[in-house]
Design a binder for this molecule. Sequence first.
Ligand code: PGA
Length: 249
Amino acid sequence: MAQEPRPLVAGNWKMNGLAASVAELQAVVARASSQPPGADLLICPPATLIARFAEAAKGSIVAIGAQDCHTEPSGAFTGDLSAEMLKDAGATAVIVGHSERRSLHGETDDTVRAKAEAANRAGLTAIVCVGETREEREAGATIARIQRQLGGSLPEKLDGIVVAYEPVWAIGSGLTPTASDIREVHGMIRKYLTTQDESAGSKVRILYGGSVKPQNAKELMAVANVNGALVGGASLKATDFLGIAAAYS
Ligand code: PGA
């Protein structure tokens, strides 16, 4: 059996945070430095805060990431940000294909794959999100849906990427799948990845996301092939975010 990859606990701040929020980040950095968890930590603030956060987290175990990127390195794309720009601002990772991007911005698997390739090109860790809707789960179509998303959204090279399984119905709802449902999906994702590339696929971190809280983190993180969490709401408070990371202490 391959060694389990080192876990990653990542926070997605979504469209939340102003300059004053650096205090929250500083609290994460201070606590994580005095009591380092057994997981890598990543915070993905809005793009306006990446440079400021990267400066505040410099030299610490907390990395800073972005929530989305454009597919092209530069050009006439008003309002967009390239992976190269995010890296230049201090990001080391970027989330691509979050379900809010897929549903609110019409991103297809093809777009997500192109963004993941852009992240690889720029030297950023791509965190590729997949997940079924409530209707798909109720119709028994979860596994087929996730397999299709993996087939369409993953970049050609799997080295260094992260996959996040986030059931759409679990995001921000307080609901989570059962441990056995998560085990089934994560096991399938691992199999898919190692079938593509035995060596790189066994090292890919597969995060669970959707209503992860300090109260349920230990149970969720104990599931086979769950190598960390992608946390939305609970990542906005240092104590909650660190409470989740403490599942790995
Ligand atoms: P949540 O969001 O933790 O607030 O459910 C997760 C996400 O959207 O990544």
